[in-house]
Ligand binder design. Sequence first.
Ligand code: FES
Length: 314
Amino acid sequence: MLDLVVRSAQTVATGVVSLELADPGAAVLPEWAPGAHIDLHLPSGLVRSYSLHGDPHDRGAYHVAVLNVPDGRGGSGEVHRTATAGATMSASAPRNAFALEPASHYLFLAGGIGVTPLLAMAREVSRRAEPWTFVYGGRSRAHMAFVDALSALRGGDLQIIPQDEAGLPNLAMAFAALPPGAAAYCCGPPPMLDAALAAAGQARPDIPVRLERFIAPPPAGDPSQDQGFEVELARSNVTVTVPPGVSILDAVRAEIPGVMSSCEQGICSACETAVLAGVPDHRDSVLTPKERAANDYMMICVSRALTPRLVLDL
Ligand code: FES
């Protein structure tokens, strides 16, 4: 855990505050790569994950941007109320479940506050002088943060598409224009991510599409059909029973209260746990198909078991 101080808090778009977080003693912060996020531990006890949008080469500060969602789960409103200049807060070290992979061309698709991880990625790709296209949609220009920062990046093709002026981005056209070997990185509200997957499937099924979600998709399957199972916690030498309707995370916490979590929706990777035996029923939105097939790790906040017993490295 890191104890950080809010060095500045600036409104960067309608309802969006950007925080500059630093060590109180100006110590160098742990390194990170574009796509990474940190968990902020809020005064109420809520833990919320936010993508880093600054420059990884600046080891003196982290930058996160938070959209206030009045009808959300309370975390963003608390950040807006409490994270003022000079306030202190605890944060996790950066973690990355959305890392850049080598590609011949990068397509970044951002919707609203989903611009944050993609800004850091585009900055990195621009620095490497690799080709990129950035399609950024938002409700209106006033709602779109970091347009100036994106406009300052060299090379690439930046398309700023405020919905009230230009409607929705033509995602199929964006995919169709990509060369072989390209990759797409998308972050935004669920309808936009669904549209991106549909456009890729229709226009360019050869293009890998990586998604970063900040709202979990509807759960797959019927939770009323869930079965109970046992989980052995190898390092703790304890076995817990996970009944239907109870998450592995909650069952484990009865034995190990400090187990880490954040979103508890399968979208942030804070609860990622190594699987030593058994077959998980992956229900998260973090792992790639390859990682799911490997069954080396699982998100214990939402995933369950396909075998009567799992053994976890806890
Ligand atoms: S707590 Fe976020 S994926 Fe489990």
